[in-house]
Design a protein around this ligand. Structure first.
Ligand code: CDP
Length: 233
């Protein structure tokens, strides 16, 4: 009898900031026994390091070098959450700060930075069994993922969600500040030359404006459970 190895499915989850993709991706991964990989955290890590070292976020050569020289690793914590370690340091909290929010899209627009991180992301996804979230997962990182979802929501709702999240963590930021940050990032992420925020041609779109997290998780689980992959839709 042939020795067939069952390859675990991979799920690509893309969308703009606050569309709910990371919360949903984390939940789906836990429920389906897949590994969750937050690619945005990696761009945030490089941004944090650049800010700490005083590197200009417009210096593409220096940013590219920084990305190539930086070690980025995800480690699972005892509570099941994934933390990002940059050069051995747990930076999971600091990468969510406002200075990083404000700078990350500039760093993510740099070709050499994307090339360096793409290599790590594709290695992590090579064996399947991942739920990866970001902006270019379905189009570039995992073009052959069995499932591709593209989540959206109105910009006001997305800003409200992010504001509630930060407030719950004790950060004192105004809704207006968050709205401005999100719309600026949307603009840069969608219009950059290299791998802009785009749904893959075979992605399944879901507008989550009026949906709660549970509802979105159930909707996606149902789709995946139906067993029709994107290719057969
Ligand atoms: O969680 P949120 O949607 O706010 O952002 P994120 O997923 O942490 O990503 C932060 C930023 O990294 C985005 O605004 C993009 O500029 C960049 N990014 C990217 O270019 N490509 C990815 N695959 C993931 C993130």
């Amino acid at each position: 009898m042939a020795n067939r190895r069952v390859k675990k499915i991979s799920i690509a989850m893309d969308g703009p900031a606050g569309s709910g993709k990371s919360t949903v991706a984390r939940r789906i991964a836990a429920e389906l026994g897949l590994l969750y990989i937050d690619t945005g955290a990696m761009y945030r890590g490089i941004t944090l390091k650049a800010l700490r070292q005083g590197i200009s976020l417009y210096d593409e050569t220096a940013l590219g070098r920084l990305a190539r020289e930086t070690s980025l690793e995800f480690k699972e914590m005892p509570d099941g959450s994934q933390h990002l370690f940059m050069d051995g340091e747990d930076v999971s909290e600091e990468i969510r700060s406002m200075p990083v929010n404000d700078g990350v899209s500039l760093v993510a627009a740099v070709k050499e930075v994307r090339t360096a991180l793409l290599e790590i992301q594709q290695k992590l996804g090579a064996r399947g069994g991942v739920v990866m979230d970001g902006r270019d997962i379905g189009t570039v990182v995992l073009p052959r993922a069995e499932w591709k979802f593209f989540l959206t929501a109105s910009s006001l709702e997305r800003a409200r969600r992010r504001w509630r999240e930060l407030k719950a963590k004790g950060l004192n930021v105004s809704l207006a500040e968050i709205e401005a940050n999100i719309s600026r990032r949307d603009e840069i992420d969608s219009n950059r030359k290299v791998n802009p925020l785009r749904p893959a041609a075979d992605a399944i779109h879901l507008d989550t404006t009026e949906m709660g997290i549970e509802e979105v998780v159930d909707w996606i689980k149902k789709k995946v459970g139906e067993g029709k992959t994107n290719a057969s839709l």
